[in-house]
Design a protein around this ligand. Structure first.
Ligand SMILES: [Zn+2]
Length: 308
């Protein structure tokens, strides 16, 4: 949330970074600044800019790196949190918050009330019901937007690859942008669920890659082949970038028990053989939710493996 986006100095502008103090003048932390420490590379950020009646969702960007801790800011020495952003995209027609509050008034009120009573599951959200109306929560600098709140705000439906959204401002460029946002969030959710299912480690036998920046939630069956498996955790395996690419081009696959099989033509005479061959006959580490046999059959068929 940026009240005065035009007053931010170059290098600190909306879409370039998120930044906030670490503590207030009384030396206390503030929940909506502490949120800065939770963001992960790849997270999507919506920018709500402007004051009261003029406040509008102006665009969105992607988190490029997790939080860093600075001793200096644009106003001199000060302990700050800073999060780098990338891929900043402005909406051609910003979505007025007043209009959004009016259009989904009763649903947003209900969401606020049920969140208020959610106990430990309570989310830090950006608005409150106060004096009988909905308004921005003062100081809610960086807050959380769940899939269902996204749906209420923008009408987008988060489901990987399936487009059932009835986005607000559908006929405009903003509608197109929101659809692409929905698809990106769906893909992020899929990738996160898959990696979680495999304990954030590459599941290829003998590979220990566990740095999240090297891990991918890989699809087993291609999206185009199996619409009903899109977004399903059992249509994914967690692989490192190298094994993901080898799996994607069909240099190897695995059978229903998780045993590695390599593709003779795709591996023969290449360095890929040295990479993959030692694992042949060994077992993938299978996650809590095992791969779908149907998805596997698609992978075999797509890359010419004859496995029964
Ligand atoms: Zn690996």
């Amino acid at each position: 949330m940026s009240r005065n986006p035009d007053q931010r100095p170059d290098g600190w502008a909306v879409g370039q970074c998120l930044w906030s103090p670490q503590r207030n003048q009384l030396g206390r932390t503030w929940a909506f600044w502490e949120t800065m420490r939770d963001v992960q590379p790849g997270d999507l950020v919506f920018h709500l800019c402007g004051h009261s009646g003029n406040a509008a969702f102006a665009g969105f960007s992607t988190v490029a790196s997790s939080c860093s801790f600075l001793d200096n800011g644009p106003n001199g020495p000060e302990k700050l949190y800073r999060v780098e952003l990338s891929e900043f995209e402005l909406l051609s027609s910003p979505l007025s918050l007043t209009e959004t509050f009016a259009a989904r008034n009763s649903e947003l009120r209900a969401y606020f009330r049920s969140n208020r009573n959610a106990g430990a599951a309570k989310e830090r959200i950006f608005y409150v019901e106060q004096a009988g109306r909905l308004q921005c929560l003062n100081g809610a600098y960086l807050s959380y937007v769940s899939d269902s709140l996204l749906h209420l705000l923008f009408g987008i439906e988060i489901e990987v690859g399936v487009d059932r959204s009835t986005v607000i401002a559908d006929s405009t460029n903003t509608g197109t942008v929101l659809r692409s946002v929905a698809a990106r969030i769906g893909q992020q959710n899929f990738a996160r669920n898959v990696k979680q299912n495999y304990g954030f480690r590459c599941c290829f036998p003998g590979c220990g890659a566990d740095n999240v920046r090297f891990l991918i939630g890989s699809h087993i069956a291609r999206w185009a082949d199996t619409s009903h498996l899109r977004g399903e955790t059992n249509n994914g395996v967690c692989l490192c970038v190298l094994h993901d690419r080898a799996f994607e081009i069909g240099a190897f696959t695995f059978d229903c028990n998780g045993r590695i099989v390599t593709h003779p033509e795709k591996c023969n005479g290449t360095w890929l053989r040295d990479l993959l061959e030692p694992a042949v006959g060994h077992f993938m580490r299978i996650g809590k939710i095992p791969p779908s046999p149907e998805a596997l059959a698609h992978h075999w068929a797509a890359h010419g493996f004859s496995i029964s």
